[in-house]
Design a protein around this ligand. Structure first.
Ligand SMILES: [Zn+2]
Ligand SMILES: [Zn+2]
Length: 320
């Protein structure tokens, strides 16, 4: 499986502003003092080797949208946040040769940040294209129709050129979608959300966003440990630091970086990807959260096999 992240923010898009770009430029130019940057190759090498991620790049501002290539001839997409606009444009520009115009979408839940990209997903306007929206909720059609309704959007849902279908998934069994086996699990979140386990060719990907893990997560029989068991990659809602998650932001429906590490360790997962970044966190804050998480992982590890920790950014690609 190949995974590409198109949107990694939670709650609301959070674009980098002019002051943010200027601050990066100032840092980079200060760092460049004394470096010989005579040609493009020297500049590229300076960018890659002398600058941290938050200095040379940005985690991005789009909300949740992740593309999974299972090798099948149909698309598989996790959530339709604002990142779906760029994905749709990439597909329309011919960026996915060999795929049919069938888009299988696994929706975690219908909160705005996970559906706001559909009205800007170009394939939705093309007759002959087919969008199949899967989820554990039974009222997804209502939620998606509503965001197209006047006065909130100029194009009514029924005017979309593509055929859009809704399929409610039974969490009690496994489903075969886009060449992969799909399991789902209800998560603690306002209005419920669903996490997905996507398995193909012996590799497993967990997509678990908008999920709060409360004190019962410490119990031996906590079901998420089994759900995450042996996963090659766990994409996890680590919107907050532990201190935030257990104080002022308790019951806000999200989790922390440290709970992510603990659950992944217990489950024997191989790689953790921090996801659903707080729109209030700038690039430096997300990089610091990642750094703290990596340190905590090393301190709390009780097996020889390390859990690799990365932070998602718009444009990140991972192979499983
Ligand atoms: Zn969200
Ligand atoms: Zn939510």
């Amino acid at each position: 499986m190949h995974v590409r992240f198109w949107g990694t923010r939670g709650s609301l898009p959070a674009p980098l502003d002019a002051a943010g770009v200027r601050a990066k430029l100032k840092t980079v130019l200060a760092r460049a003092r004394g470096h010989a940057l005579a040609d493009d190759a020297a500049i590229e090498s300076f960018i890659d080797q002398s600058l941290g991620f938050a200095e040379r790049a940005t985690f991005g501002g789009n909300t949740a949208c992740v593309e999974v290539d299972t090798g099948a001839d149909e698309h598989l997409i996790l959530d339709l946040g604002s990142g779906a606009r760029a994905l749709g444009n990439c597909i329309m520009a011919g960026g996915r040769p060999g795929k049919r115009a069938v888009y299988n979408v696994l929706l975690s839940h219908p909160h705005w940040d996970h559906i706001m990209g559909l009205p800007f997903f170009a394939p939705a306007y093309i007759p002959g294209h087919r969008i199949r929206i899967f989820g554990g909720h039974t009222d997804l059609e209502h939620a998606l129709r509503r965001q197209h309704a006047a006065p909130n959007f100029p194009v009514e849902f029924d005017q979309l050129g593509a055929r859009v279908e809704f399929v409610a998934l039974d969490p009690a069994r496994s489903h075969r979608i886009a060449g992969a086996d799909i399991g789902l699990m209800r998560q603690h979140h306002s209005g419920d959300s669903y996490g997905y386990r996507i398995t193909q060719n012996g590799r497993s990907l967990i997509y678990s966003t908008d999920s709060e893990h409360k004190i019962e997560a410490a119990a031996d029989a906590y079901p998420f440990v089994d759900f995450f068991r042996g996963a090659d990659l766990v994409i996890f809602d680590a919107m907050y630091s532990l201190a935030e998650a257990y104080t002022i932001k308790e019951d806000w429906g999200h989790s922390s970086n440290l709970v992510a590490v603990e659950l992944c360790h217990r489950a024997g997962a191989r790689r953790l990807c921090l996801f659903h970044h707080d729109p209030n966190a700038d690039d430096g804050a997300i990089e610091a959260l990642l750094s703290d998480t990596v340190k905590y992982e090393a301190l709390s590890r009780d097996s020889a096999a390390p859990l690799e920790v990365v932070a998602a950014y718009d444009g990140l690609e991972l192979d499983l």
